[in-house]
Design a protein around this ligand. Sequence first.
Ligand code: SAH
Length: 513
Amino acid sequence: MRRRLWIPVQFCTRPARLGKCGFRRGSYGSFRYSSTEARQWSTPLARNLAEAIKTTGPIPLASYMRQCLTSPHGGYYTSSQDGHDQFGRKGDFITSPEISQIFGELIGVWIVAEWMAQGQKSRGVELIEVGPGRGTLMDDVLRTMRNFKPLASSIETIYMVEASSSLREAQERLLCGDTSVGEDKEGFKSTSKTLGVPMVWAEDIRFVPKGKLSKPNRMATANIKTHSNFFKDPSKSPFIIAHEFFDALPIHAFQSVPPSQPTLITSTTIPPPRTSTTPQWRELLVTPTPLNSTHTTLSTPRSQRHTGAPPEFQLSLAKASTPHSLLLPETSQRYKALKSRPGATIEICPEGQSYASEFARRIGGDAGKSASGAALILDYGPASTIPVNSLRGIRAHKTVSPFSYPGLVDLSADVDFTALAEAALSASSTVEVHGPIEQGSFLQAMGIRERAEQLLMGVQKGDDEKKERLEGGWRRLVERGVGGMGKVYKAMAIVPLSGGKKRPVGFGGDVEV
Ligand code: SAH
């Protein structure tokens, strides 16, 4: 699925809040940046990457992705790009909350239902959204929650985890209106115009406050392998939303190679590289394409040739093991099972796994009775298999090579839901994971049809365009066929351990009032 791309924009249900500016949109060829060599690069970031690779050697795909998406010097999300808006019809892609307001409303209802199922805590509730884009989803969630007064008044703080300063500003404008913004040690702060509670922005979830490990617990967990040494604050119930966030996190790619290849990178040729008698994982690394390459010499897929210039970077198999190839594919039985099949490739997203672990620790902690809160992850990717060759580039609603125009193209990769579930379960023994299930099933169970019917009844007679947009929008979110998002997108929940007694609503559970 080329997410974000195949969703015809006419299905938007809101009056479009679209991009303001056409920076380089659709015209790729007119900006070239030269390096110390004669070669002209498409963007300053392309030149910097090429120069770094010249100095340090080929780089992991994850490093390339990270630079392209969040480098402060020309990253897709983090550079201002002269006001270029990534979202909407005039941007590069459109996401579910931008397609239909019902999407965010149902996520709001899901949180209300989980909060009720967990005993309706009257204080200490936190909302955390990671990767909030333009803030549309949180806006719809908060508008929905406002109608559930006991929950609305139990919310202490809303945290927004966002790497991009321009998107942080856009979110603040939408969600806080004219309230003044200040910065303190917790970060960039404002007040929600809908609920009147503090909103705090952070660049990484690690900067969102969390409980400190108490002394006895610190001693008890000293020997336990944890990714970060924090303890769940039992007075807090974090409700975490991640929509199309995990697909933007950098991945490493590996391929299994047959035995008898050198196993270690050596800085000298003495002693000679060791050889192996068993298959090994080799990392796919990013290198510049040869000067004067063409689409034909690079075998660029036809669907990606419309950008004109051929890709400036490519993937090549490392000639020897790298620290990542020795470590990451050994972390799960799922990867190990494929190692003996030469040619097998896998993608691993360590940052995604560490986010899932972080969610689990915030919800679970180390004492069963303090577990509270929930995380809802919605994204696209296979339910159980390991993603393969899934990196894609999107620009102006078209698939493009992920190796062209670095920093101007959105990069994303399929989410490995099983890897996230494994990470969550091993990070906390007091959480359980439900799903992944297809987004279509989740939204149907949450009542998308009924809510659409309700909205349709409110449409003025004769406003057929609005009717069509509403109708088309919700159907697109649940449809399973080509262009639909119901099957490829999945929903997965991390909730406090109940031994299977309480299934979350949308995942087979009912609301307990
Ligand atoms: N959830 C939104 C936006 C999805 S796009 C929606 O559905 O419309 C991905 C979002 O994640 C953007 O807001 C982007 O700036 C943010 N993002 C990408 N990588 C990030 C990272 N490493 N840390 C924090 N935010 C990141």
